[in-house]
Each structure stands twice: as structure tokens, then as C-alpha cells.
Design a protein around this ligand. Structure first.
Ligand code: PEP
Ligand code: MN
Length: 359
């Protein structure tokens, strides 16, 4: 994907994040136009609204469908904003392009499905489409699947391509609705430095109060823009009510965000990076020490013919470390991953000792 072109050359300004905003769903003509007018008055230039909504269970609001495309036309006529909606199949692409939508995005449930991605790509190619296409990360944390989805769009001839980072699904309750796992979009950026990456704090956070900190984090990490859900009456929204902001609150947040110039921060960044290097070395030394103690325990167990894993001890160890770690403000699922990995490796080393493969 070497010859990608800017997504919105008429709007983009160097060093400034691209902002896309609008309701999760277009619900009524009035709600769509009211929201759009307020956003436009606050300087938003690109409007989003879901028209076909992929819902987890049947019976929810599945979007207005084709009639809402007329409302997007009105948004464009009345406010001058560019318009966008989600597409998930051949029909959606055809209808959206026919209606003159300026940009389309592919949702997280669709980008996880290569059949659907290929169908969308084939349709874009057949229609000789030339619009920006944004591809959300798949719901599961699979960078290759995300890259594959982007490549299918590229192979269809589209050159204005962007990625949207909207976090990843995990089972159980977490601080975030979809955990960010920032290292995945960072890896995507390393692989495709010219691919714009837009962060979606609304679907990562799932809650209003997380939008501002997540947006700042996205900008601090140098991502290229934000797509944020905004609704004229969020509490009454027909989908994703908890995470939508009024245009006024969105405007306030956007004005509080700090866009850091690279030059000003490099000095501090160097110091912080030195600190990280030092801490990482300390972590490695401590880990090596811990493994040495584990091996010592292995030798002891061998001598006394004891089993390697004692279930009660194992449960106590994990539970007490989780309590301590969460009290230190660390995420529980992150801690679990680390602690289980360390424990597994300790067990592996002890088994080696017991089987006499190590001393
Ligand atoms: C959306 O943008 O409203 C949406 C459905 O998002 P996602 O595909 O990220 O869940
Ligand atoms: Mn939504």
C-alpha cells in the first residue's frame, strides 16, 4: 500500500487531527439534521451516521436504512459537511455511492469477515468508486485480519484508505467497552507509515467520561484523527446512548485537547524513554531472579518427591498478586496475563529440573 493518497485533501491541515463526528445512528430526519447543524456550527467538517446497524441480538434498532440516505443529502446541502456511513455488503455500498455519500467506513464485525470484505471490495471495483474508505479493526485483536481487510480495499483500486482503531472485544467486564491494546495500531503504523489511523474513543470507551482522556491519549501517540459519536439528545439515543456526547460537550472536549508539537516534546521524551529503558532492565533482572528461585524450589521438590504444582498455593499466589496489582492501579486482565505467563514459565522450568534436563 505504497501509493496511498490523503483522505480529505480539501480539509486536512498538516499537524492537525482529522475530526469526524455524528450520531451512532441516524434515527429521525429531525435528530440527524439537528445534530448536524450543531456540529457544523462548531466547525466539524465530516459527519458520520450509521444507517445500517449491526446489532448483537435481533430485536434492537437496526437502522433506518435507505430513507436515511436522503437525510445525509440534506445534511450536506444545509451544512456543507461531508457525509459518511457504515457499509457491510454490496447493497449498502451501491446505495451509499448512489446517494452521493462522501466517505464510507467498514465496521468491526464486517472487517473480521473476509467474505464480506471481498464483496465490498468487488463492489467498489465494479463501480469504479473513488471515495475515502475507512476500515475499522476487526472485533478480535488480529492485526493480520485487519491488514487483510485493508489490502482487499487497496486491491479494489481505492487509494484513499484509512484505518479506524476502535478497540477489541474481550469477555467479561472491563474499564473499557473494547480494550484499546494500543500496541496493535502502533504495529499497523510501523508496517504502513503512510496509512492514516483514526481513533474511535466512543467505541473503545463505551462511556462519556472516557472520551476526553482517550482522545488525548490518541493524539499523544501521534494518531491522525478522531471519530467521535455525538447526538443532539444522547440520553434518548436509540443505540450507544451511554457513549454519545452532545455537540456542545464534544466542542468543549475538542478545545481542551492538546496537540503536542514533536519539537517541544522530544527533550522530555528522551528523558522518559531513558527512564523506561532503565525500568525494563530492572524488570528483566527481577524476573531472572524470580526464575532462579523457582528453579531452586524445583530442586527442593525433586529431592522431596513433591508435585510441581500445588493448586491451593497457585490460587493464593495469583489472587494475592491480583489484589496487590489492582491496588497499584493496574488493569486486572493485564495483570492476569503477566502473572499466568510468569507462573507457566516457572512451572516449565521446574518440570525440566524434575525430569533432569536442567540442574
Ligand atoms: C459504529 O461506528 O457505530 C459501529 C457500529 O462501530 P463498530 O463497528 O466499531 O462497533
Ligand atoms: Mn455506535
Amino acid at each position: 500500500m505504497k501509493d496511498l493518497q490523503p483522505l480529505f485533501p480539501e480539509i486536512e491541515r498538516p499537524g492537525e487531527p482529522l475530526i469526524i463526528a455524528g450520531p451512532c445512528s441516524a434515527e429521525t430526519r429531525e435528530q440527524t439534521l439537528d445534530t448536524a447543524r450543531e456540529l457544523a456550527a462548531n466547525g466539524i467538517r465530516i459527519f458520520r451516521a450509521g444507517i445500517w446497524k449491526p446489532r448483537t441480538k435481533p430485536g434492537g434498532f437496526e437502522g433506518v436504512g435507505i430513507p436515511a440516505l436522503e437525510w445525509l443529502k440534506e445534511v450536506k446541502e444545509q451544512t456543507g459537511m461531508l457525509t459518511s456511513c457504515e457499509v457491510a455488503n454490496r447493497n449498502h455500498v451501491t446505495e451509499a455511492l448512489d446517494a452521493g455519500v462522501d466517505m464510507i467506513w467498514i465496521g468491526a464485525r464486517t472487517s473480521a469477515n473476509p467474505f464480506a470484505m471481498q464483496e465490498i471490495a468487488d463492489t467498489l471495483q465494479e463501480l469504479k468508486a473513488d471515495i475515502p474508505v475507512l476500515v475499522k479493526n476487526p472485533v478480535n485483536p488480529d492485526l493480520e485480519l485487519w491488514v487483510g481487510a485493508l489490502q482487499r480495499i487497496y486491491n479494489s483500486g481505492i487509494r484513499r484508505i484509512g484505518a479506524i482503531h476502535r478497540g477489541f472485544s474481550v469477555y467479561g467486564k472491563h474499564l473499557y467497552r473494547n480494550v484499546p491494546q494500543w500496541h496493535i495500531p502502533i504495529e499497523l503504523r510501523l508496517r504502513f507509515p503512510n496509512l492514516p489511523i483514526i481513533v474511535d474513543p466512543s467505541h473503545i470507551g463505551g462511556r462519556r467520561e472516557l472520551i476526553a482522556p482517550l482522545s488525548q491519549q490518541a493524539l499523544d501517540m501521534g494518531f491522525n484523527g478522531l471519530i467521535i459519536e455525538s447526538h443532539c439528545n444522547p440520553d434518548e439515543a436509540w443505540s450507544d446512548a451511554k457513549q454519545q456526547l452532545t455537540p456542545e460537550v464534544l466542542n468543549f472536549i475538542l478545545h481542551t485537547l492538546v496537540i503536542r508539537a514533536e519539537k517541544e516534546t522530544t527533550e522530555n521524551l528522551t528523558l522518559l524513554r531513558q527512564q523506561i529503558d532503565r525500568i525494563d532492565n530492572e524488570l528483566l533482572e527481577i524476573l531472572a531472579k524470580r526464575m532462579e528461585v523457582s528453579r531452586e524450589i524445583g530442586r527442593y521438590k525433586k529431592l522431596h518427591r513433591m508435585p510441581v504444582v500445588q493448586a491451593t498455593r497457585y490460587n493464593d499466589v495469583i489472587a494475592s498478586r491480583l489484589d496487590a496489582g489492582t491496588a497499584m492501579q493496574m488493569d486486572k486482565s493485564f495483570l492476569k496475563t503477566i502473572l499466568l505467563a510468569i507462573h507457566d514459565e516457572s512451572v516449565r522450568q521446574q518440570i525440566e529440573i524434575i525430569n533432569d534436563r536442567a540442574k
